[in-house]
Design a protein around this ligand. Structure first.
Ligand code: NOJ
Length: 746
């Protein structure tokens, strides 16, 4: 039939119509009311080119000892209506003054956006995002973002460059500290919780702000774990493992998206039309605005894809970027580019519209000062309730990696505790990296947290022993002397706050400096030793792990670090956190993650010496601590895994008994494996979890329900669907220790 020309044309037209309908199903002005739409339409008709370009340029403010400051010229531009958004400006008076310039001096009185990095809290700083993800508690993550939004908006901020939802499998990359770990499924759930926490149900409320998902896309997969490095991977991997968290943010209505610094398959994200237009806007229906990362447009020149900044501005705007973060390229070159017809006014208008729409969604046209409320600034920051949640989150994020002879919790009979180590009393390190307006002076250190709990009946002593990252051993003697006076030792070791985060990749991720030597020296005293680790990434801790010590991973806990950790150390809270990123045995194993493939020559534990299999000669394949791992003060026994497949639904139950000596929470994890697929599938994929409190001696039946949708995966044609056949269901305490059962799904 299609050979007939008329029918062929009709069929093509029909296809185009279906395609267009699919795209237009996403309302372009979702949430914009009629009045705001009219206002924006009118503004677009009235604005000069300079005023439009001002909206597309993100200017920066700085912070001086005396308070926030801004460049005189940028201030002038605000008054002239040629600046639409400022980064790093906060505190009510300051923001109010800048907003007032825009509203009272500028011709069109367009209010400004005030954007800031609210990464793990604003004033009340919560554990670093990687630590938060180890709570496996979506509610507390959302609640923490709610608090972060409340505090940030109380100081004038209405837009945050958060959440970072980059999946990463490489702990050498310092920015794993800002993410939710290696798993895509969990990463999506956490991404949603964060956006919900920031944006709430009503963006117009004065305590919600516009979120910005970042860094689009695949910034977490730089080659060799080196920040800003090239990303190159198959389309399938991109779709299956790296893109979903950004998509989850879009699906839940994130208001803005930030491009990443990296390239993907030869095209930097900041000028990637496929990424920004075809995928983000057309396929996913994103209707917010796209901002670049810091000077990412200018960097297109170094990438070798733009001749100069002008060319970079052209590529970027045409690819779908709406706002240039501090690079001034739109400001400097869009007028010329427009004259030369290298960019279209319609594209500029489209970008301006998306930014004005965000302002309308925030209610800024109705009240530009809605985030400038001094009473809120005085009353809604670092309240007892906010600090209590931060403290709870610290204790929920501590992962117990090892606990021989029940060294932890600290027994009540202990008389003198010696805290030794560079991170034992370091306020400046507790916030980790990238802590926004957090004030280190207000942090509770480990020493303070322990003292707060022990009161008079326990003596608590402290010695630094060494620095985090140099070769000075001169403090060892004093540390040993102190250890001799104590009957229990706490070693506070790890990275300093700036060894993770942006531009903080490391090729050797062992404990830096002489900290391993310090630990080995102290352990020789024969006294019980608990190591408290502070760090922003999984570390290689093979040496430490060989010692007969307890190890508690605490990340960087933020404002309440010391108090929250002390709650765990003294048994007030039994640790229940589980790793969301694998701890390798050595750097040579990287990338090592739980959801790899089996290969054609898998290593078999029962035939350890086999030669021609996928293995190392000098190291086992399995990591030191797998994804999902974390101990408790009690123990849990899993039994009676049952499955029931009923057409599209798969019901799974398991019994979990608290077989230890105290009440405790357990994160029960459900994984599946698609045993035979039309393309190879990972050996395990997380598909569900439940965090449950199980009392001492109690047994709970934990039930999961998944559907065939959960079995779907991307195929070479980039379509996502499931394939009938044999699957293995695993349920357990971590990704490596599970019960399993085969099922057939037809
Ligand atoms: C660069 C970082 O990559 C990005 O995450 C951050 O939001 C911006 N700087 C603004 O500070």
């Amino acid at each position: 039939m299609l050979r007939n020309g008329k029918f062929r044309i009709a069929a093509i037209l029909l296809l185009l119509l279906i395609k267009a309908t699919v795209h237009s199903q996403v309302p372009k002005n979702k949430g914009i009311n009629h009045r705001d739409k009219e206002k924006i339409d009118n503004l677009l008709k009235t604005m000069t080119l300079d005023e439009k370009i001002g909206q597309l340029s993100l200017f920066r403010s700085g912070w001086d000892v005396t308070g926030p400051i801004i460049n005189v010229n940028d201030k002038k531009l605000i008054g002239e209506g040629k600046a639409g958004a400022i980064l790093n400006a906060y505190t009510v008076d300051y923001v109010h003054d800048l907003q007032q310039l825009a509203i009272e001096k500028s011709r069109l009185k367009i209010p400004m956006l005030f954007g800031y990095d609210v990464i793990h809290g604003h004033r009340t700083i919560f554990p670093i995002p990687l630590g938060q993800s180890c709570t496996w508690d979506l509610k507390i993550i959302e609640d923490a973002e709610r608090i972060a939004a409340t505090e940030a908006t109380a100081e004038g901020i209405n837009w945050t460059f958060s959440p970072m939802v980059d999946i990463s499998r490489d702990p050498r990359w310092g920015r794993v500290a800002e993410g939710a770990g290696e798993d895509t499924w969990l990463g999506c759930k956490i991404a949603e919780a964060r956006v919900k926490g920031f944006q709430g149900n009503d963006l117009k409320a004065n305590n919600t702000l516009l979120a910005c998902a970042k860094h689009f896309a695949a910034y977490g997969a730089p080659q060799a774990g080196r920040d800003y490095n090239t990303v190159d991977m198959s389309q399938l991997s991109l779709y299956e493992w790296f893109l979903p968290p950004y998509k989850s943010c879009v699906d839940i209505g994130v208001g803005s998206m930030m491009t990443s610094f990296n390239e993907i398959a030869g095209i930097p994200s900041t000028c990637n039309t496929w990424l920004l237009e075809d995928l983000l806007r057309k396929e996913w229906g994103f209707n917010g605005f796209v901002v670049t990362d810091w000077t990412a447009i200018n960097e297109l020149v170094s990438h070798g894809i733009a001749e100069d900044n002008k060319d970079a501005a052209r590529l970027s705007l045409n690819a779908g970027v709406d706002m240039d973060m501090v690079g001034n390229t739109f400001l400097d070159y869009l007028p010329e580019l427009l004259k030369e017809k290298k960019v279209a006014l319609t594209r500029i208008d489209e970008a301006v519209r998306s930014i004005l729409e965000a302002k309308a969604l925030l209610g800024l046209f109705d009240d530009p000062y809605r985030y400038c409320n001094k009473t809120r600034q005085e009353q809604e920051i670092m309240t007892p309730g906010q600090l209590a949640l931060a403290r709870k989150m610290v204790s929920e994020s501590c992962v117990l990696l090892k606990n021989p002879d029940h060294i932890l919790p600290i027994p009540g009979k202990v008389k003198t505790i010696a805290i030794i180590g560079p991170l034992g009393d370091s306020k400046t390190d507790m916030l980790g990296n990238w802590y926004a307006a957090g004030q280190w002076e207000k942090c509770i250190t480990l020493l303070e947290g322990i003292k707060n709990r022990t009161g008079e009946h326990m003596k608590v002593l402290y010695e630094k022993g060494c620095n985090t990252n140099d070769s000075d051993r001169s403090g060892f003697d004093a540390a040993l002397k102190l250890a001799a006076r104590a009957d229990y030792i706490i070693l506070a070791l790890g990275e300093n706050g700036w060894m993770s985060g942006e531009a903080a990749s490391r090729s050797n991720i062992d404990l830096p400096g002489v900290q391993n030597d310090l630990a080995e020296t102290i352990v020789k005293t024969g006294k019980p030793v608990a190591v408290i680790l502070f760090n922003g990434r999984p570390l290689v801790i093979a040496r430490l792990n060989n010692l007969p010590v307890a190890i508690l991973e605490t990340w960087f806990g933020g404002t309440q670090a010391g108090n929250g950790i002390a709650d765990v150390l003294f048994g007030e809270v039994s640790p229940a956190a589980k790793l969301t990123m694998t701890f390798p045995r050595n750097e040579g194993q990287i990338p090592v993650f739980y959801n790899g493939k089996n290969t054609g020559r898998p290593f078999n534990l029962n035939d350890r010496d086999a030669k021609y299999v996928s293995r190392y000669l000098d190291c086992p394949n399995d990591p030191l601590f797998p994804f999902g791992y974390g101990l408790s003060y009690t123990s849990f026994a899993y039994s009676n895994l049952e499955t029931n497949v009923d057409t599209r639904n798969i019901a799974v139950t398991v019994q979990v008994a608290n077989s230890g000596n105290c009440d405790g929470e357990e994160v029960v994890q459900l994984y599946i494996r698609d045993n035979v697929g039309s393309i190879t599938r990972p050996v395990k994929e997380l598909k569900g979890f439940q965090k449950v409190l199980i009392k001492k001696g109690e047994t709970k039946t934990i039930a999961f329900n998944i559907t065939t949708d959960d079995l779907a995966f991307y195929h070479p044609d980039l379509k996502k669907y499931w394939e009938p056949g044999e699957f293995t269901v695993y349920v357990g305490t971590n990704s490596a220790e599970t019960l399993s059962k085969s099922i057939t799904v037809k």
